[in-house]
Design a protein around this ligand. Structure first.
Ligand SMILES: N[C@@H](CCC(=O)N[C@@H](CS)C(=O)NCC(=O)O)C(=O)O
Length: 196
């Protein structure tokens, strides 16, 4: 039986799940579910995910699972996307939690408001730009100091999660030209998964 992924193709959170399944050759059906068209608010969808958000998956056997980083952790269980070393695994989790608290809420939200809702900069909370740039600067410093990947010596879920909105940060008005280590890492992750 296949995994069923409810996702919107414009959403980095949803694409994390797709890329993980593709990289691991896991069979799935993709159910395109638009956040801009109200499809996440129908009674049928709310019965699957009461929070009204994508991504959500129905696993083989019928159990649902929401939250992008929880989903990719489950799909990647036992694979090389999760470091075998306990410390490296914890570092990977460190970045997954950081991504959801300090990166996605600024970069993804600003991108959504600017690129998809078409809001002028004057109507967007200026704190999003400050917070997003702080996240990009922190990633850049980490990559300059510690090399190619965010956890361990190879691609992991940390890279999958972090690249999702970093690669489209320009759509949110973030200028990546000042973050050359981040730019190089995005290209590297895109080629490795491969995506883009
Ligand atoms: N923390 C959640 C965030 C999910 C989320 O924000 N989903 C957005 C699309 S990226 C959504 O479904 N928005 C529709 C809504 O909230 O009504 C995750 O990582 O899965």
């Amino acid at each position: 039986m296949k995994i069923r992924i409810y996702g919107d193709s414009i959403s980095g959170n949803c694409l994390k799940v797709k890329w993980t399944a593709d990289y691991l050759h896991l069979p799935y059906d993709w159910a395109e579910t638009g956040v801009l068209t109200g499809e996440t608010r129908t009674p049928a969808f709310l019965a699957i995910n009461p929070s009204g958000q994508v991504p959500v998956v129905i696993l083989p056997g019928g159990r649902p699972l929401a939250q992008s980083n929880a989903i990719i952790l489950h799909l990647a269980e036992g694979s090389d996307l999760i470091p075998a070393d306990a410390y490296d695994r914890a570092v990977m989790l460190q970045w997954l939690f950081w991504e959801q608290y300090s990166h996605e809420p600024a970069i993804a939200v600003r991108r959504f408001q600017k690129h998809y809702l078409g809001k002028p900069d004057s109507e967007i909370d200026p704190a999003l730009l400050t917070k997003g740039n702080a996240a990009l600067a922190l990633m850049n410093a980490r990559l300059e100091a510690n090399g190619s990947w965010f956890a361990g010596g190879a691609i992991s879920l940390a890279d999958v999660a972090l690249v999702a909105y970093t690669r489209v940060a320009h759509e949110g008005g973030f200028d990546l030209s000042g973050y050359s280590a981040v730019k190089g890492w995005v290209t590297h992750v895109e080629k490795t998964l491969p995506i883009g």
